[in-house]
Each structure stands twice: as C-alpha cells, then as structure tokens.
Design a protein around this ligand. Structure first.
Ligand SMILES: [Zn+2]
Length: 307
C-alpha cells in the first residue's frame, strides 16, 4: 500500500506541486481582493448626499466630522506622495488647514458652538438667526490631543465633541495610534471637550459590512454600548449622551434603543440641522475629507450654490 502511494507521488509529484502552488496563489489573491473591496467599502460609506440649494441659503447647524490632524512636515509630504492609504489621504487635515478652516468660519460670522448648545437650538421652533457649526472628531487618535487641541484652544478654547472607541484606547488602528485614557483625561481637563461613544469594540466590518448593520448583532451591540458607558464613567467620570455610528449607519432597532435611552446619534449624511429636527433619528454630519470643504462647507458659509 505504502509502496503504491510513494510510486504515485513519484510519478505525479509535479502535478501535486502545481496544484498546491495554484491553490496558494488563489487563496492569497482572494484575500487581497477582499481587503481591496473592504477599503473601497469604507470609502463609499463615508460622505453621502449633498446640501440642497435651499439648505445652502438657510441658517442652521452644520456638524463637521474630522479624523486625524497632522503636523505639516517633509516626512508627511513624502508619505502622502508615496502612500496609497486612503485613511491618510482623505481623513487627515494638517494643523494649518484646520486653523485656516476655523478662521474662515469665524471671519464669515459662523458661530462655533458646543453640541449641547446645538441640541438646544434644534429643539426650538423659531428659525435660527445665524449659521452655526459644531466640531466633532471620530476615533480620537493621538493626533487629537497632540495637534488639534492646541489649535482649538488657541482660537478661543473652542468646544468640540470627540467620539471614542472606548475598548481600543491606546491601540494601533489602521496605522495610527489611538489616544490613551491619560491623554483623554488631560483633554477633559485642559480643553472644551465633550466625549461621545463610537462603540466599545464594534468599529469593524464583517464581510464588507459594518458590524452594527447586522440585525443578528443586536445583543452584542447592547452589551458593547453598556461596556462603553462603564468605561467612560470609570475613566472620564460621566456617561455620554452622544453616539456616532461607525461608517455612519446602524439598524432601526439600534436606533430605537438609543431613542429610548435619550442618546443622540450621528450618521454621515450631508445636511444641516434645523429647528424642529427629529432628534430620535441620527443627526447629519459632514466628513471633512478631500473636497467636502469646497463642495459643502464653503458654499453653505458663503450662501452660494457651487457651479
Ligand atoms: Zn470611526
């Protein structure tokens, strides 16, 4: 029997070899393809929709969503030129860009307010007399305390809302290091920050779809949110009333859960918040990526429809 097998191997070893190589190539190729699709999915799921002409001419509240704030350096310029990493390209502004954007808003009379104030205005029924902006930062990587907070403090101790992935603080994620709890505490003490939740550990995709988009993950989601509340209470000292959906979306059942518990949630749709807004539904936010500033924020601030 053994002799027969070894005879077979001797005779067909090249066929075995080719089959194994082919299978290996197919498996690696499939994994690479999945990674590529995942990357595209993330890209597609962040900035959706545009402001209507009517919105561009309306007062209201525009919620801006930032990610990383980089220092301008030769190293960064080289990294940007060489890298294909979409996170670095589209999710980053430099300190200088952030400063310019905030000064632009101030110069044109836009008031930068806290989320608490924005929610109060949204609950009113009378029309707003000004344009307002609320600043939010997702994921809270180390560049927020290191590079963004100094800018916000310098420009008048501006209010901002930072959404933490509460189970991943201090870890490396997509090539960036998330802020640690001691850094977050320092932010709480030294700047005008309010913290919100960006899940405990569900900021991930499953077969190219955000975990929170699966109805079957509902129980996991409620446990995950409870863990976030505990972590925030333990490290920061309060529970948050704000939640940002990773990739901007969740299920109706999750949204009902938040509405029942008085938690305000955020999507990533481009729209302005106006008085009488339905606060039991996710509030829109504009992600400041490559061209959102030019296509959304600038036209609204200036009240001019882009060509
Ligand atoms: Zn995020």
């Amino acid at each position: 029997m053994l002799k027969a097998i070894s005879c077979l191997i001797k005779r067909y070893w090249h066929t075995f070899f080719i089959t194994i190589c082919f299978t290996l190539v197919a498996v690696i190729g499939y994994q690479e393809y999945q990674a590529f699709v995942e990357q595209r999915t993330i890209q597609r799921e962040v900035s959706t929709g545009h402001l209507t002409n009517q919105e561009i001419h309306s007062n209201g509240i525009l919620v801006l969503c930032y990610h990383r704030v980089a220092r301008r350096s030769i190293f960064r310029t080289i990294t940007l030129t060489l890298s294909n990493n979409d996170q670095i390209h589209d999710y980053s502004v430099t300190q200088q860009q952030l400063t310019q954007q905030l000064l632009f808003l101030k110069k044109h009379g836009v008031r930068i307010i806290s989320m608490d104030k924005a929610i109060k205005l949204a609950k009113q029924s009378k029309p707003l007399r000004h344009k307002y902006v609320t600043l939010t930062f997702d994921d809270v990587d180390a560049t927020l305390p290191e590079n963004a907070t100094p800018v916000l403090n310098r420009l008048g101790h501006l209010s901002y809302l930072a959404f933490i992935v509460t189970g991943n603080t201090g870890r490396y994620d997509n090539g960036t290091r998330l802020a640690t709890w001691p850094q977050l505490k320092e932010m709480r003490d030294d700047s005008n920050v309010t913290f919100g939740v960006h899940t405990y550990n569900m900021h991930r995709l499953q077969q190219n779809k955000p975990l929170l988009m699966y109805a079957k993950n509902y129980r996991w989601f409620t446990r995950d949110f409870w863990q976030s509340e505990q972590a925030l209470k333990e490290h920061i000292g309060y529970k948050s009333r704000y939640f940002a959906y990773p990739y901007g979306e969740g299920t109706n059942k999750e949204q009902q859960y938040f509405a029942r518990h008085g938690i305000i949630t955020f999507s990533l749709n481009n729209a302005i918040i106006e008085p009488g807004q339905d606060l039991s539904q996710p509030l829109p936010r504009t992600m400041i990526d490559g061209d959102a500033w030019q296509k959304i924020v600038r036209p609204w601030v200036l009240g001019k429809v882009p060509h």
